[in-house]
Design a protein around this ligand. Structure first.
Ligand code: PLP
Length: 406
């Protein structure tokens, strides 16, 4: 009889967003007259920029004519997109990344979940705590995470690197030496950014201990401060130890269109074996390429009009972020994030737990956010608000939260 991959059975239920959903539905059913404002889930709300829509229309028309029809895309992505990425995201920032080191995909969630496949199950992973859950869950599914401890909400074989107010939400080097290090900056959920100097220390550390860094830069477009790196390849030695993951979701509103990419430098080797070849093999075997029309849309993000339009969109969300940050700070909350990221990380008042504060906000002011404890043990006592709402709903949410008496 067949057997299951019982690592899947070890996964606790997707507690965070399903519990939020249930609580919100129950509250709405009991109070149909109340207007809820949702600043919980990290999805964008602004429509796609005109340059992107135009490129989509153009590519759709091409698909309707025999002369310009395209079938399967090249496994690793069309050259026109890989060249635009290499030029604008890397060369123009002084980073040495060539088009053939870029693997186009349908988003950073898949890539961040799949990348662990090319590594041994014996590797120890280290993650920031709180953490984007995909990094941990994909390692659980693969059988690398060990056993779950419900009391501490941790996995026995995962090294947790607490990100706290004391360390500015940027982790210290762990006591035990990891083999694979997941870093995400600007960070979801804390909104923290890492300075170039500090990231360089991480690169030096990884090269010293022989670890690989899996660097998720999905929020790179939100960086506003000079000393914050947009890519890990701004650091010396990163080509020998780091894979970078990027997404079009948050910089250009592609959450429903789907496009992302992963950079695997050819210098990145395990003994004599280049990881580039392994990832190319994995990608080519299990993936048939992002759609042509979507890759053309991605190319339009780098056109002069596209760049200007998506810059404005990011600025719109970041105006929301600073409105939330300032409004809550003035109201006496302890807030961080929101400067290089569309997330505001808020300390819960009066020692409430993250879930107590969730209930309190839902019931008292009808605002929905995300409890920090859902992202890991060090998220307890914190709460995430996102800047992805409309201006009107963001302003109203902040005005409502400000009325709370701390
Ligand atoms: N990485 C991080 C840190 C994210 O927060 C998200 C989306 O929320 C993703 C990756 C997923 O990006 P994509 O939409 O490209 O799959």
């Amino acid at each position: 009889m067949f057997r299951l991959n019982d690592n899947y059975l070890k996964l606790p239920g997707s507690y965070l967003f399903s519990t939020i959903g249930k609580k919100v539905s129950a509250y709405s059913a009991a109070h149909p007259d109340k207007k809820l404002i949702r600043l919980g889930i990290g999805d964008v709300t602004q429509p796609l920029a005109p340059a992107i829509i135009q490129a989509l229309h153009g590519a759709v028309d091409e698909m309707g004519k025999a002369e310009t029809f395209r079938g399967y895309a090249p496994d690793l992505g069309y050259d026109f997109l890989r060249e635009a990425i290499a030029r604008y995201d890397y060369r123009e920032r002084g980073c040495n990344v060539s088009p053939d080191e870029i693997f186009i995909s349908d988003g950073a969630k898949c890539d961040s979940g799949n990348i662990q496949e090319i590594f041994s199950l014996d590797n120890r992973i280290a993650v920031c705590d709180p953490v984007y859950p995909v990094y941990v869950d994909s390692n659980v599914m693969a059988g690398r995470a060990g056993e779950y401890n419900g009391a501490t909400q941790t996995w026995s074989n995962v090294i947790y690197m607490p990100c706290t107010a004391e360390n500015g939400f940027v982790p210290e080097f762990p006591r035990e030496t990891p083999d694979m290090i997941y870093l995400c900056f600007p960070n979801n959920p804390t909104g923290a950014a890492v300075t170039k100097e500090r990231l360089q220390e991480w690169v030096d550390y990884a090269n010293k201990v022989g670890a690989v860094i899996l660097y998720d830069a999905a929020y790179e477009a939100y960086i506003s401060q000079e000393d914050v790196p947009h890519s890990i390849y701004e650091c010396e030695g990163a080509r020998a130890c780091a894979i970078e993951l990027r997404s079009f979701s948050k910089n250009a509103g592609f959450t429903g269109v789907r496009l992302g990419f992963t950079v695997v430098p050819k210098d990145l080797k395990c003994q004599d074996v280049a990881l580039h070849g392994l990832w190319a093999r994995r990608h080519g075997t299990k993936y048939n390429g992002a759609p042509y029309i979507v890759q053309r849309a991605g190319e339009a993000v780098y056109s002069p009009e596209g760049r200007e339009q998506v810059r404005k969109q990011v600025a719109y969300y970041m105006d929301n972020a600073s409105y939330i940050y300032q409004g809550l700070q003035e109201a006496g909350f302890t807030v961080s994030g929101g400067v290089n990221a569309p997330y505001i990380w808020l300390k819960t008042p009066r020692g409430m737990t993250s879930w107590e504060f969730f209930d309190y906000l839902l019931e008292q002011v009808n605002v929905v956010g995300t409890p920090g404890s859902g992202f890991g043990p060090s998220g307890e006592g914190y709460f995430r608000l996102t800047a992805f709402g409309s201006r009107e709903s963001t302003v109203e949410a902040v005005d409502r939260i400000r009325k709370i008496r701390l």
